[in-house]
Design a protein around this ligand. Structure first.
Ligand code: COA
Length: 339
C-alpha cells in the first residue's frame, strides 16, 4: 500500500521467474497398467491427468540449478547474494543442496535449504524477503525443487498417482509496497502434533524412532490431510488478504498449491472466489510439492492467465503440518520455461 507521500513500506519484489519440468510424461493410463487403479479414479478424485517424472540419474540439485538459472535470466541478472532452496528431497541429508546449486550458478554468497514440505515456497518467500529487506542480500534467488517420485513406494496406488517432479524459482530484489512484483506480508503456521499425517520415517540409519516396514517411503492419511488442507489454506489466505489490506473482491487470481483439484475448488469456495479467478495446472503436472506454486506462476504468466498488475493471492499447505499465504502485485516479467 502507498502512504500519503507516495512511498510504500520496504518489501521484496519479484524480478524474475523460471521453471523446469522433466520431459518424461506419465499418464493415468500408464499407472492403471501397473497399479490397482483406474484412469477415471485418479482423474475424478484428484483432477490429475498426467505428471512429469525425472529419470533416476537426475538429482534435485540438477533441476534446481536449471530453474534457478532460468529465473536469473528472466530477471536479467548475472547473480544473487543468497540462494535459498526449498526442498524435501535434497541430494544428501548433509550437507544442504543449496551450496552446490549456488556453486554451479557461479555464486558464493549465503546458500541454505528450507524444509517445509509443500509449503516450502511460501516459507522460502518469507525468509528471502527478510534477507532483502534487512539488507543482508540485494538479490535472493529462491528455488523450490522436489522429486517426490524418489519418496513414493512404486507399488502404492494411494500416493504414486498424486505426485510429480519439477522445479521453479524466483529472483527477489528490494522494493516498496505498491511496486510491480511487491510481496505482501507472508502468513505462516504449523502444527507438529499432526506430523504423522504426512511423513517419511527414517530408514537405513540407527534412529531412536525406527520407521518399521514403511521406512523411507512417503505415507499420507489422505482424507484427514484433505480436510486440514482446505481449512488451513482458507484461513491463511483470508489472513494474508487482511494483512495486505485487500478485499476478496480485489483478488484477480488465486494461485493455490496444486495438491488436488477438489481442494483448490473448496478453498476458493470458502473465500468466495469464482472459478474464473483460479489458475491451475494440476491436470498436467500433479502435485510437485514445494515447486508447485512457482511452476504454476511461470506457466500461468507464460500463457497470459497471469498479467501485469493482477492482484495475486497465493496459499499452500504441506507436511509438518505447515501452511502459509501471501499476496503479490504481478510484475512485468517474462518467465523462462526453457533455455
Ligand atoms: N485407485 C483406486 N482406489 C483407490 C486409490 C486409487 N489410486 N487410492 C485409494 N483408493 C481407494 C481407497 O483404498 C479407499 O478404498 P476403501 O473405501 O475400500 O478403503 C477408497 O479409494 C477411498 O479412499 P480415500 O483415501 O478415502 O479417498 P479420497 O476420496 O479421500 O481420495 C486422496 C484420496 C488421496 C485423493 C484424497 O484424500 C486427497 O487428495 N487427500 C489430500 C492429499 C494431498 O493433497 N496431499 C498432499 C498435501 S500437500
Amino acid at each position: 500500500m502507498r502512504g500519503p507521500d507516495g512511498t510504500g513500506a520496504p518489501t521484496a519484489v519479484i524480478g524474475g521467474l523460471g521453471s523446469w519440468l522433466p520431459p518424461n510424461v506419465v499418464g493415468n493410463a500408464d499407472l492403471a497398467a501397473r497399479l490397482d487403479t483406474t484412469e477415471d479414479w485418479i482423474a475424478g478424485r484428484t483432477g490429475i491427468l498426467e505428471r512429469r517424472i525425472c529419470d533416476p540419474d537426475t538429482l534435485t540439485s540438477d533441476i534446481a540449478t536449471t530453474a534457478g538459472a532460468r529465473a536469473l535470466r528472466s530477471a536479467d541478472e548475472d547473480g544473487a547474494e543468497a540462494v535459498v532452496l526449498a526442498t524435501t528431497t535434497p541430494d544428501r541429508t548433509c550437507p544442504a543442496s543449496a551450496p552446490l546449486v549456488a556453486a554451479r550458478l557461479g555464486l558464493s554468497g549465503a546458500a541454505f535449504d528450507i524444509a517445509a514440505v509443500c509449503t516450502g515456497f511460501l516459507y522460502g518467500l518469507a525468509v528471502a524477503a527478510g534477507l532483502v529487506v534487512s539488507g543482508t542480500a540485494d538479490r535472493v534467488l529462491l528455488i523450490a525443487a522436489d522429486r517426490f517420485s524418489t519418496l513414493t513406494d512404486p507399488q502404492d496406488r494411494t500416493t504414486v498417482p498424486i505426485f510429480g517432479d519439477g522445479a521453479g524459482a524466483v529472483l527477489l530484489r528490494r522494493g516498496r509496497a505498491g511496486d510491480p512484483g511487491a510481496l505482501g506480508p507472508v502468513i505462516l503456521g504449523s502444527d507438529g502434533a499432526q506430523r504423522d499425517l504426512i511423513t517419511v520415517r527414517p530408514s537405513g540409519v540407527a534412529s531412536p524412532e525406527p520407521g518399521g516396514a514403511r521406512a523411507g517411503y512417503f505415507e499420507m492419511q489422505g482424507r484427514k490431510v484433505f480436510r486440514h488442507a482446505v481449512e488451513r489454506m482458507g484461513e491463511a489466505a483470508a489472513d494474508a488478504l487482511a494483512a495486505a489490506g485487500w478485499d476478496v473482491a480485489d483478488v484477480d487470481r488465486l494461485v493455490a498449491h496444486q495438491a488436488n483439484a477438489r481442494i483448490t475448488a473448496n478453498v476458493a469456495d470458502r473465500l468466495g472466489l469464482p472459478a474464473e479467478r483460479r489458475v491451475e495446472n494440476i491436470a498436467r503436472v500433479g502435485n510437485t510439492a514445494a515447486a508447485s506454486i512457482p511452476i504454476l506462476l511461470a506457466q500461468a504468466a507464460d500463457e497470459g492467465r497471469l498479467r501485469t498488475g493482477h492482484r495475486v493471492l497465493m496459499t499452500a499447505f504441506g507436511g509438518g503440518l505447515t501452511w502459509g499465504a501471501t499476496t503479490v502485485l504481478w510484475p512485468d516479467v517474462k518467465p523462462r520455461t526453457d533455455d
